[in-house]
Design a protein around this ligand. Structure first.
Ligand code: ADP
Length: 655
């Protein structure tokens, strides 16, 4: 039998519900098999003006538990201890085991206060002695329950927000409690008031509390532990903190459990990011220093082959020297490519946006490639759409680099037939144009399953009968450039018939206004009649020799002083007059940058402003132009091209 009683006065404002919202009237669950006792509760509640609530009456514990399991949230449970299906404290513990957060007010039929106290100790919120309590007492107890429920709900809400639950462990009573959020954190959906079995379970994250308590000698000490567990296949991190205290002779441990998965995953991501950044930096430094270390001796090799080749050599000797020179140039290309790919992969490239003439760029490319095309007797076909604007805005050097790699490959892998460069206007607006470039050839082709792999670093397709020179970096560089400029690159190929490499690149549409006067790449000539006093600071003996031989052979009028380090360069500038200084950067005692700064800050007289040019094997100098911030005017990259070196000497020494 069951009845529902609405004790509210329809005219009175409705009371707050258990969760604190004011629209729903609180509902009390009354589990009482004695109809007379139930009626008394009903009458007492009708009498009082202190509370407005509904009563849901159930006659047995089974029905009561079913009701608690339902959708209604009860503000309190008025529970008779002796029911047809359960008697004594068991009635209370069965309710609390299943619904630990519910406020249970025990209705005892005896005056024995001990029972009431014990019930509260077991987790009941209060007790009322049947026949003794009046309407005010009942209202007070229910009001307290309603408020307590609100506090509990708010606490649960805060725990959910903070992803922090709380627990309590009383070793003497074999009692363990965990709040709903604590249970959620470890993946338990519901539990009873006493989760002691969970604490004993070695597979449960809560077991750490048990372990800690069992191991410790000083029972009043605090603990905190971070725990390593998997939930539904996902790695979770939790932090359990707690401390024990003596509660009237009973040891009681309490603490919190916190879900720190997000924090830990964030930390791990940050660490992984830092590590990858550190290793990328180390790789970059490694590549830069390897490049420097290789370029320095190559300056000597290339420089000496340049000098040798100009000497009066027999034909065979000439051939040998030119082979040394060619091989060194290939090696230099490899070093440059490795440095380039490392910079590109680090995303450190700053792309330029200048106005250039696209047709002129293609003409120049053809001029550079012409020698190779003629050597192999290949046709060069090109298609340039009529509506292609002649002036574009973009990174001319990078476009050139991509085209140079693709066309260079096509020539390399083609023995007869033709190599083509075809341009298509892919998309255009009034300000932008997206161009599609196709580089085709009638060469050896690439097996179908390898076509996509050729864009990877150091990837080369093996050919049975021939070995082609190369590093496997050209296409990787091209892909990096195209993609960083927002374009796409791909290839199609038929083995034995040829390949087509295609990429897209977006440009601004240029005009005479956007085209600044192009920097004149003038070549300067040395006035052979004018004596030039040149100071070279260089610690590498072979490179000293190469510089001396190269300069003195071509221009005997140049008076060359060579010193071994920056400090000696400073002393020379304090004692003598020079027209210009060529300064190596990496030198012992005082490096080139320090020396340049010292000259600009401390050397007085005309040498304070003498032109100083960095002469270095650090290839990045051409991009970062670091020399400028040390008061240097320009740079010469080692291995140096004699013509460029003379042009720079003429430009600065004779200025
Ligand atoms: P490299 O040419 O220095 O080996 P690339 O990265 O430019 O390096 O090319 C990688 C590989 O792709 C080449 O070794 C070659 O096997 C293949 N490949 C590239 N272009 C062509 C082409 N036009 N025809 C046939 N194979 C090519």
């Amino acid at each position: 039998m069951q009845f529902t009683l609405d004790t509210s006065n329809p005219m009175a404002p409705s009371a707050s519900d258990a969760s604190g919202s004011s629209s729903v009237m609180p509902t009390i669950l009354l589990i009482e098999d004695n109809m007379a006792d139930a009626k008394i509760v009903e009458i007492l509640l009708e009498e009082t003006e202190n509370i407005n609530c509904r009563i849901d009456h159930q006659m047995t514990l089974g029905q009561g538990l079913e009701a608690l399991d339902g959708d209604v949230e009860y503000a309190a449970v008025l529970l008779d201890m002796n029911l047809p299906d359960s008697r004594g404290f068991e009635t209370l513990t069965r309710v609390l085991e299943k619904f630990p957060d519910d406020n249970v007010i025990l209705l005892t039929g005896t005056k024995d206060r001990e029972i009431g106290f014990k019930a509260v100790e077991l987790g009941a919120q209060d007790y009322l002695v049947k026949g003794e309590f009046d309407s005010d007492e009942l209202a007070k107890s229910l009001r307290f329950s309603i408020e307590r429920k609100k506090v509990i709900n708010r606490l649960a809400q805060m725990q959910r927000l903070a992803q922090t639950g709380n627990w309590e462990f009383r070793p003497g009573d074999k009692y363990f409690f965990a709040s709903p959020e604590a249970l959620r954190i470890v993946g338990l959906t519901s539990g009873g008031k006493n989760l002691f079995e969970e604490l004993e379970n070695p597979n449960s994250p809560f077991h750490a509390i048990y372990d800690w308590y069992a191991c410790q000698t000083n029972e009043a000490c605090a603990f905190d532990k971070e725990i390593g567990f998997e939930l539904n296949g996902e790695k979770r991190f939790i932090l359990i903190e707690g401390s024990c205290s003596d509660d009237q002779g009973r040891m009681c441990c309490q603490g919190i459990i916190q879900d720190i998965t997000d924090r830990r995953v964030g930390e791990e991501l940050r660490k992984a990011h830092e590590l990858s950044q550190r290793s990328a930096k180390m790789k970059e430094q490694f590549v830069a220093s390897i490049s420097h270390e290789m370029r320095t001796p190559m300056n000597a090799i290339l420089g000496m082959s340049n000098i040798l080749i100009q000497m009066d050599l027999e034909k065979e000797q000439h051939g040998l020297v030119s082979s040394i020179k060619q091989s060194s140039e290939i090696l230099l290309g490899v070093v440059n490519d490795i440095l380039e790919i490392s910079t590109l992969q680090n995303g450190k490239i700053v792309f330029e946006n200048t106005t250039f003439d696209i047709k002129e760029l293609i003409d120049n490319l053809f001029d550079v490639m012409q020698y190779k095309l003629e050597e192999k007797d290949l046709l060069f076909e090109r298609t340039i759409p009529e509506n292609l604007p002649s002036l574009l805005i973009g990174d001319k050097l990078r476009l050139n680099q991509v085209l140079y790699n693709l066309v260079g490959n096509s020539i390399k892998f083609t023995d007869k037939g033709a190599v083509g460069l075809h341009l298509e206007v892919f998309e255009t607006t009034s300000t932008d144009i997206n161009l599609k470039f196709s580089v085709s050839d009638t060469g050896i082709g690439i097996p179908e399953d390898k076509v996509d792999t050729v864009f990877g670093s150091f990837t080369r397709v093996r050919t049975k009968d021939r070995i082609f020179e190369g590093t496997g970096l050209g296409l990787s560089i091209a892909k990096n450039i195209v993609q960083q400029l927002g374009g796409e690159i791909g290839a199609t190929s038929v083995l034995g018939e040829g390949s087509v490499f295609t990429f897209t690149m977006r440009f601004g549409i240029g005009s005479a206004e956007t085209a600044a006067a192009p920097p004149t790449e003038r070549s300067y000539e040395i006035d052979a009649n004018r004596p030039i006093r040149l100071l070279l600071a260089e610690d590498h003996k072979m490179n000293q020799l190469v510089a001396r031989k190269t300069i003195e052979r071509a221009y005997p009028n140049i008076e060359l002083t060579i010193v071994d380090n920056g400090q000696l360069a400073v002393e020379a500038l304090q004692a003598n007059i020079y027209d210009m200084v060529l300064m190596d950067i990496q030198m012992p005692i005082m490096d080139g940058y320090e020396a340049a700064v010292y000259v600009r800050e401390h050397v007085t007289g005309p040498m304070n402003t003498v032109p100083i040019l960095a002469m270095t094997a650090h290839a990045h100098i051409s991009k970062d132009k670091q020399y400028l911030q040390y008061g240097m005017q320009d740079f010469v990259l080692k291995p140096f091209d004699p013509k460029q070196l003379f042009s720079k000497i003429a430009q600065y020494a004779q200025a």
